[in-house]
Design a protein around this ligand. Structure first.
Ligand SMILES: Nc1ncnc2c1ncn2[C@@H]1O[C@H](COP(=O)(O)OP(=O)(O)OP(=O)(O)O)[C@@H](O)[C@H]1O
Ligand SMILES: O=C(O)C1=C[C@@H](O)[C@@H](O)[C@H](O)C1
Ligand SMILES: [Mg+2]
Length: 189
């Protein structure tokens, strides 16, 4: 997406934008559109872990457990933060660890994609790929995870509200507008 906001302006990304938030917030989908608009690489920690293991996340959780997955997630995020500025979408649980949070804010900028429970459920309910939601009552589980995590996501450097009906490209444009408030992150030239 090379939108009106970026065409001809050539904004320069100086730090990696790390998207954090709940499952279904749009970190992967919006992250891809954002990277394309800013003309920087797109990385996704979940996809990197799956590629390295040659297994899906559900398979990794089942075979090696969540603690193993979390260790891999931290390693992948650390490696990707040391590369040139990019858009990095994280898994929904990555921002819960204090070590991950401080590493992200030190080397990049954390942007919380803040969607409410109804929007999230509408996006994740038809998919069986998220092991944490494989419970007898996945909506109740999503609600519990949401209540527990929201205060932590709120610690992110920046937040962008994801409203119902806002397209992926529109959301990426909204993130760019928010990044423009931080010239140390996005320099307009
Ligand atoms: N703004 C949006 N408008 C419409 N659909 C969206 C929007 N954002 C995301 N989606 C859709 O919702 C689904 C979940 O989005 P996505 O996979 O990007 O979430 P995520 O935050 O990466 O979740 P996870 O933490 O599980 O990786 C996808 O099908 C995606 O296309
Ligand atoms: O919210 C979570 O803890 C998760 C979200 C996904 O992105 C994956 O990282 C995995 O399914 C765990
Ligand atoms: Mg994702």
């Amino acid at each position: 997406m090379q939108g009106r906001e970026t065409r001809g302006l050539n904004p320069k990304l100086k730090k990696t934008v790390v998207l954090v938030g709940m499952m279904g917030a749009g970190k992967s989908a919006v992250g891809r559109a954002l990277a394309s608009a800013l003309n920087v690489p797109f990385r996704d920690s979940d996809a990197e872990i799956e590629k390295a293991a040659n297994m899906t996340i559900a398979e990794i959780f089942a075979r090696d457990g969540e603690a193993f997955f979390r260790r891999k997630e931290t390693q992948v995020i650390e490696r990707l933060l040391d590369a040139r500025p990019a858009v990095l979408s994280t898994g929904g649980g990555a921002y819960m660890t204090e070590g991950n949070r401080s590493m992200i804010t030190q080397k990049g900028v954390a942007v919380w994609l803040d969607a409410d429970l109804k929007v999230l459920w509408g996006r994740v309910r038809h998919k069986d790929t998220r092991p944490l939601l494989r419970t007898p009552d996945p909506l109740a589980t999503l609600n519990e995870i949401y209540e527990r995590r929201v205060p932590v996501y709120a610690l992110a450097d920046l937040a962008v509200k994801s409203e119902q009906g806002l397209s992926i490209d529109a959301m990426a444009r909204k993130v760019i507008e928010t990044l423009k408030t931080r010239p140390d992150v996005l320099e307009e030239s």
